[in-house]
Design a protein around this ligand. Structure first.
Ligand code: ADP
Ligand code: ASP
Ligand code: MG
Length: 461
């Protein structure tokens, strides 16, 4: 597909699609920007969380029915806003929604009879299927009196987002995505509306890209169609110097380098899914992050230009597990780490941070389910215990100070400010030096937000 004149992919997150009014706001952003040719949508806020609860192994029939009712009501409320005056139209839209609800009930019943990760992903995909249907109806209604309107097409993301079969965190097949996009999308003639987060493996099973994965879907599509711009519309006016939900003094950052933004996302800034920037960096796509609640407030532009030296932002990632492996045999011995990592690789465990001393190594793991006891499978612990003592600590948070730590050019050292601001806290582990873009440390989860706020205020003063 050749590069068509200025094509933008716009992604709207769940917080931007939580009800009828919010969806109208997003639809107007699309209508006012003719370069937007693909719209990628998350599920309405809260719906994926309800679906995750629905897929819990121990969910009872009664709880499942309440969860499905809650999901249904979120969709019917949006549809009620849509055709307040037109009963026939509303019946048509509700009919479609209720059909999807029946499909969801059936899938949930099957899952309770026989649990499978394949069916879990099928169920998780419903949130985006609901929102993309309702959003298309809203766009159609808003465009009904416009003469020169684009041709709207809602399409199933599973036709192009081809992945492997790792249910829950599927990996994209970039070649297939490019091929399918070229075959399926007629650009720039049509305006497409599709689902984020959802994909399909080579056997035709529905897969998902991991929580928050709609950002990643949008970036993958932008790359596949050679788009010029990727817009991520969320509930905050760009990337801030820290999470504005709890650091009240956090400020929006106008321009950030891809590297810094990627580090921020990796270390927990929920505003971007960590993988989002890989396609954008590879294919040099401009990325903008802004607020659908306040589109005129501006936002953050990501650029390839390196930023000036100094701290740019502070991220927090909760639910971390620290695993310490110690063995006196490690003293002056070689091959210990190789043995440890061979075992971790066998169980497909991915390590985030690592520090070593003479006789021990400490590793951190992201604990998405919040249960640190289960982070290492028992068989893995048994294999490690063959040659070292294993201790596991949970309820920790990872704080990452992101920026350009250039030891040669720092004025008053931000590292000095950072260490000063940490004076009163107990630090469990610290990593500095492997990357110029971050200094990371672990603290108890109970004090983590205080630590972040304190460092933020010391550094940005
Ligand atoms: P969406 O539904 O649009 O995908 P998310 O909840 O996934 O939205 O991401 C937006 C949220 O990310 C913000 O409301 C904010 O609380 C959080 N966040 C964390 N760190 C940052 C940061 N550095 N800058 C902006 N937002 C951040
Ligand atoms: N709906 C999915 C989630 O809540 C994906 C996304 O919103 O990006 O994780
Ligand atoms: Mg998100």
């Amino acid at each position: 597909m050749s590069k068509v004149s200025s094509v933008t992919v716009a992604k709207f997150g769940g917080t931007s699609l939580k009800n009828y009014q919010s969806m109208v706001r997003c639809a107007n952003i699309v209508i006012e920007e003719p370069s937007i040719k693909v719209v990628v949508l998350s599920a309405s806020a809260g719906v994926t969380n309800l679906l995750v609860e629905l897929t819990a192994k121990d969910v009872s029939d009664a709880i499942a029915s309440t969860l499905i009712d809650n999901i249904k009501n979120i969709q019917l409320d949006i549809s009620a806003g849509l055709f307040e005056q037109k009963q026939i139209e509303q019946n048509r839209v509700n009919g479609y929604v209720l059909n999807l609800v029946h499909e969801l009930e059936y899938a949930s019943q099957m899952l309770r009879e026989q649990f499978s990760l394949k069916l879990v992903d099928e169920i998780l995909s419903f949130g985006e299927r609901f929102s993309s249907y309702l959003f298309t109806e809203i766009m159609t209604e808003l465009l009904s009196n416009v003469d020169d309107k684009p041709q709207l097409v809602r399409f199933d993301a599973r036709r192009i987002i081809k992945t492997d079969s790792r249910f829950g965190h599927a990996r994209p097949d970039l070649t297939a995505i490019k091929q399918q996009s070229q075959l399926s999308l007629n650009l720039p003639e049509c305006l497409y509306i599709t689902q984020g987060f959802v994909g399909e493996d080579s056997f035709g099973n529905t897969t998902t890209l991991g929580r928050g994965g709609s950002d990643f879907s949008a970036a993958l599509i932008a790359e596949a169609i050679n788009a010029d711009k990727l817009q991520i519309w969320t509930d905050v006016a760009g990337i801030y110097s820290s999470d504005p939900r709890f650091v009240t003094t956090a400020k929006p950052i106008k321009a950030l380098s891809f590297n810094e933004a990627a580090e921020l996302a990796t270390f927990g800034a929920k505003v971007l899914h960590p993988a989002t920037l890989l396609p954008a960096i590879r294919s040099q796509i401009d990325v903008f992050v802004g607020s659908s609640l306040e589109p005129s407030a501006g936002g953050t532009h990501l650029t390839t230009k390196p930023s000036t030296s100094g701290v740019r932002a502070i991220a927090l990632r909760e639910n971390q597990t620290l695993v310490t492996l110690s063995s006196p045999n490690m003293l002056l011995a070689s091959g210990f780490l190789a043995r440890v990592f061979a075992i971790l690789a066998k169980y497909e465990l991915s390590v985030d941070l690592i520090t070593t001393s003479e006789i021990s190594v400490a590793l951190t793991f992201d604990n998405i389910n919040g249960v640190s006891e289960g982070i290492l499978p028992q068989e893995c612990i048994t294999e490690l215990e063959d040659f070292c003592a294993v201790s596991i600590e949970g309820e920790l948070s990872l704080v990452a100070v992101i920026g350009n730590h250039n030891p040669d050019h720092e004025t008053i050292s931000s590292t000095e400010l950072l260490f000063k601001s940490l004076g009163d806290y107990q630090i469990r582990m610290i990593c500095h030096g492997a990357s110029r873009h971050n200094v990371c440390f672990l603290v108890k989860q109970s004090i983590a937000k205080n630590v972040v706020t304190n460092i933020h205020d010391q550094i940005f003063g």
